[in-house]
Design a protein around this ligand. Structure first.
Ligand code: GLN
Length: 334
């Protein structure tokens, strides 16, 4: 546990961060996503654009949260972390390399482009790659396959009740032509096998799992804690594959602005079009941020700005050595 003084300071800083960003308007917001409407311009958004939550969970399981931290939203692309984690637990690196690469694509998340040299999707964090890793989930029925993915999510969240929101999944499925086209092309190219409609349903249900921002930061804290849940002790990913997961999040987790994110924030992360970002600070903490206004890449605009500030103020950039204002949130023994 951090000391009582550090804990109070951390909560104060989060309150201040939230207040400033809540008042900052919506600069940089180019679009908003809604399951029922798809992407739409911010001018058409109502109060949903003002939603804002920030949560930090330390690797010993204490959560500090501000704003709308108990309002549920869907994981969307953040779910790709957990289907990839499941695949890592079941397949060695050589087997997985036949299915999906670990190379940033430099393209938008839903781009129908492939790594032609290796004849596979570039990485598990873009849609094509996620369809490939999700296709590896084992089970005799779609329910069993979903349960396998949910098992990893639940181990990370310490929440056995986590489930796909079927209304969200149905809405996603009604607007799934782009993913459908991607999946059929992949099957035609021999990159995936089996029933494409079933795979699509499974992938969209994993995207439709609802979490709160506090749950998101707990899931991130589990990843930060070597993929062992801080309080239940459940292991979500084998110890020798944790580095694989975090490396791919670091190089591919923020769509085609991952390089900029790595430069500015310097932490493994994954975003989703719902406006959530899950950030891992290895050995220290997980961060969850949620704000639905998206930038041109499909990342939460406020979310990115907030994470930049947290990384700088807490001195969290993996390669930083010079942050002056850093607040060390580490065990003190008291
Ligand atoms: N369900 C969305 C899709 O696959 C998730 C995309 C995202 O969050 N980038 O299109």
């Amino acid at each position: 546990m951090p000391s009582a003084a550090i804990r109070a300071q951390l909560q104060d800083r989060l309150e201040d961060l939230h207040a400033r960003h809540a008042a900052s308007g919506h600069d940089g917001v180019e679009k908003v996503y809604d399951e029922r409407r798809g992407m739409y311009p911010p001018e058409e958004a109502g109060d949903e654009l003002d939603r804002l939550a920030i949560a930090i969970t330390t690797v010993d399981g204490e959560t500090f949260a501000v704003g709308d931290h108990d309002v549920p939203f869907s994981l969307q692309s953040m779910s790709k972390v957990f289907s990839y984690a499941l695949a890592l637990g079941r397949h060695d690196s050589d087997e997985l390399a036949d299915t999906v690469g670990v190379e940033p694509s430099g393209d938008a998340f839903n781009s129908i482009t492939f790594d032609e040299r290796h004849h596979r999707p570039f990485n598990p964090m873009v849609n094509a790659g996620a369809l490939a890793t999700t296709s590896l989930a084992a089970g005799d029925t779609p329910e069993e396959r979903l349960d396998a993915i949910l098992g990893v999510m639940r181990a990370c969240a310490g929440d056995q009740g986590l489930h796909a929101d079927e209304e969200t999944a149905a809405a996603e499925l009604r607007a799934a032509d782009h993913n459908r086209a991607t999946a059929y092309l992949m099957r035609a190219e021999g990159m995936i096998e089996g029933d494409v409609e079933e795979l699509l349903g499974l992938y969209l249900r994993q995207c439709s799992v609802h979490v709160t921002c506090s749950t998101l930061s707990t899931m991130a804290a589990t990843l930060a804690n070597g993929c062992v849940h801080p309080t239940t002790g459940d292991r979500a990913v084998p110890a020798d594959r944790v580095r694989d997961l975090l490396s791919v999040m670091y190089t591919c987790g923020m769509y085609d602005s991952t390089g900029e994110w790595a430069y500015d924030v310097g932490l493994p992360a994954k975003s989703g079009v719902s406006g959530g970002i899950l950030v891992v600070v290895p050995g220290k903490m997980g961060i969850g941020v949620w704000s639905p206004g998206l930038d041109a890449y499909g990342n939460s605009a406020r979310g990115v700005a907030i994470c930049e500030e947290i990384s700088k103020k807490l001195g969290l950039h993996l390669f930083a050595t010079d942050d002056e204002d850093r607040l060390t949130v580490e065990a003190t023994g008291d």
